[in-house]
Design a protein around this ligand. Structure first.
Ligand SMILES: [Zn+2]
Length: 85
């Protein structure tokens, strides 16, 4: 499978469900740092998330499903792709 195909088959919703993260009003607590109020917005139409917290190592970056798995599990891009498959 190509990266594009993997992304097409894996929605951000499925990834969040895998980690038992449930969005509230499209927002979640950022899993990449301590986050008391939800700083991360979920974009289901583009299957990406974005964190607005200044404490976030990935602050204001558009994060897709592969990046999400990579940062969440501290994997390389390659490992993350294998996991996403
Ligand atoms: Zn964050």
């Amino acid at each position: 499978m190509t990266i594009t195909e993997i992304k097409q088959h894996l929605s951000i919703k499925e990834v969040l469900e895998h980690y038992q993260i449930r969005p509230k009003n499209g927002m979640i607590n950022s899993p990449f740092h301590e986050d008391r109020t939800p700083s991360m917005q979920v974009f289901e139409d583009s299957d990406t998330v974005r964190c607005y917290s200044g404490n976030c190592p990935q602050s204001n970056k558009v994060i897709d499903v592969i990046d999400f798995i990579m940062y969440k599990e501290d994997l390389s891009k390659h490992e993350s792709l294998l996991k996403a498959k």
